[in-house]
Design a binder for this molecule. Sequence first.
Ligand code: FES
Ligand code: FES
Length: 969
Amino acid sequence: MATTPEFAVPVPARSIGFSVNGKPVVVSSSPIERLSRVLREELGLTGTKVGCDAGDCGACTVLLNGEPVCACLVAAGQAEGCEVTTVEGLAQRKAGARLQQAFLEHGAAQCGACTPGMLVAATALIEKSATPSELEVMDAIGGVLCRCTGYRKIIGAILDAAGSSSTACAPLPGTGSTPLTTGHTEDHGGTPTFPACSSASPVVGSASPAYIPAAGAAVGARLVRLDGKKKVEGSEIFGADEMPVGALAVRAIRCPYDRARFQFGDFAAFLREHHGIEAVYTARDVPGRNCYGVIARFADQPVFAENEARYRGEAVAAVAGETAAVEALEAGDFPVTWEQLPALREMDEALAAGTRLIHETRAENILVRGRVVRGDVDTALGAADVSVDFECETGFVEHAYIEPEAGFARRVGDQIEVQACTQSPYMDRNDIAAILGIAAEQVRIIPSAVGGGFGSKLDLSVQPFLAIAAWQSGKPVRMVYSRTESIVSTTKRHASRMRLRGGCTKAGKLVALDVAADFNTGAYASWGPTVAARVPVHGSGPYYVPHYRALTRAIHTNLVPAGAFRGFGVPQAAIAQEQLYDELADRVGMDRLEFRILNALEDETPTVTGQVLGEGVGMRACLEALRPKWQAARKSVAEFNASARGALRRGVGVAGMWYGCGNTSLPNPSTVRIGLKRDGRIALHQGAVDIGQGSNTIVTQICADGLGAPVAHFDLVSGDTSITPDCGKTSASRQTFVTGNAARMAGEKLRTAILALADACSCAAVEFRDGRVVVRENGQARTVDLRSLPLDQHGYVITSEATYDPPTSPLDENGQGKPYAVFGFGAHMAEIEVDRELGTVRVLKVTAAHDVGRAINPTLIEGQIEGGVAQGLGMALMEEFFPGKGENLHDYLIPSAGDVPPVESILIEDPSPVGPFGAKGIGEQAVIPTAPAILNALHDAVGVRLKKTPATPDRVRAAILAARPVIRR
Ligand code: FES
Ligand code: FES
């Protein structure tokens, strides 16, 4: 007997007949069971995703008699006698098949968690309206949230599939409104061999040579993502999509208070009274170390709290048992008594003299401090012609990926296997081994597809609960977080407060900047040390600042841990520094863009850590690429405002960005292995988890050109720690740069080995055929018959492995040194409209210029930029997480399709001397400048600066009212 949690009275199961994707089915289910659940768990149609179970995200959208509905809100009984269409059935419908194709060609699926819902909603639209307008498309997908793409490529794909004209479609390099400019060269290394996104082309996957560039032409090609087909077909396996037979459900028991002491009651009696629940696990059941953390030196987080919980949502126990029994358990039925204790929520409370320590060893509740000092900032500020003070705060931000955390585990002899969504399989392996008290080799981590991560899935979530339950019970176990559980218990972007003082000359040359920034890091360390270390290095922005001091603190409170979120604190710092620079420009009467161009870092100017990059600093090029658009926008805004009569005013703002790729002054190697198989194909073992950003495709493109083989010859082997070497974590914008370099080197090594086998020189051409390699040199062809050759210990004819670790150096006590080998640079320009009466802000357009070194795959890069803009827009205008409130996607708002404006991407290629083919990262870079550009545009439009971000209508209106002159009577 199944029940939906909302119904107090169970309704017995009965036979319910309906049709799914054209086939009749009969299920035995409670009529009040969610249709989404019946589809997924009874019928195995896991293409329909569940992101909220509350009608908020639209991931579960299916067609019910042709109408799009949220399957999580439809009771199974309502489907009786109806025709249900899921993503798995779309290929049978003309519109659905066209849309799947268009999504592939446009790069409209990144992680793919929203893709089934988007495709279904779009199919319903196109079947009703053959040539919908852009507005109709936005309306049709308005109820389906996407956290990755920024919607523009989705809109473009839908318009393309419908045959409507599209403004969202990206052209080929250099042929349209998205120019691809280079700092050093116009050569893109070959012409892509597949059509622009408006062409109708067959469905693409790794076996479709029609879409695959020839050997040596992969880098720079708009290759359709290699894992895209599964995403548009709904066959991708995410964390919740695999359900081992007989698996027990696991559920965590979490603290309902910010801080509480607790005592357990009688577990034996509890188990006797709750039929179907088989086990309870607490700290006593952790066989190894009840402690984990992403940075070993700061590891402090227990799997299960002992005696006292330090934040609301912290787990104290877990139950395992039959799914229905585990789900039916009321929180109050679990034998635990809570004693609520006074909690520290604010940073000032935690810092106050004599305050109780959240961790005994961390004085003043300070987890860690960061420091970069260069020159004499006090003297320089005192001597500056102009100086400006600026203070602001930013709130916590929720990652809000569409896929809540999920996975399963099983014990296989003395080994444990955990399949779950993760950004860091090898880090998970080490932590799970320590928690279970076993060797790392006894732990196998199999990353599922990841439905968005953005940093939060670097930390453990379901994995330790699964591992302990499977290890102790000997049975397979499965755990799926609800949306609320995901929001309550997983990391957030740090809330911050920042005080800056900057000075410049009358001519606008920056002379000094003083930065003090505090970050609310919550109850446990997570990535707090990284945020505290990264912000001082980046706090100047991409400008030459001769005298600089940046001091940061990560401060513990009794709130959910704050961790990694796309930028490790740098987006918060940019909000402060870029607004300050606008104020300085205004004070000296300079154009705000020209002020930035004047001060932009160049190849030979030292950064605030004293690093001289020497090459590949494309910052000025990014700003100069914006100049004509900036001047036109300034003129247009001035004209609009001059004739404005009502409440609407417009503004334009600009902000710059730089971001170091990879770990800060720490080793972060990646190892890639490739193997030549007897059939002539190449196995690419790359452990970089693709969380939607496209590393499966990018790394293959790089490896293909390193080797000189067509991408079509590669078979991807991804992620599994038992079969792929360690490529490190997917974070810090490092996979294109670090794993890409390892892939390039592995490709080159394999080429060298093949040439040696054929006794040919390095200039020879290599062709991969069926079971043969043909080496051509000086008009002679030599054939190597692979089928006759012996296999090595990896099972290949030849195996090539390469490791790349970026060349960095440690920072000294003043933060001086070489923290990163490569930086990405960029600048965004935002054009906005503000309603002065309502305080609402509408972003009309964002123009984003990014120096990516070498655009390995322009379509995927544009996708990263557009998604970053959407997240930056959310951070600027609407997103703030208040712990204990709004723990769902109804109250916590992220941008929907109607909120995100057109984004024009300008790709600058100023090659990095150490990047693979010159490439730099783009993942985090894309989000950093959007929010400050919007906030600068807000000031441009209505003359206000906010003390706290996001700029919600109430805050904007209050600031406008406060800025109005007081009329005295
Ligand atoms: S899962 Fe149904 S709307 Fe989110
Ligand atoms: S692609 Fe839309 S949520 Fe990831």
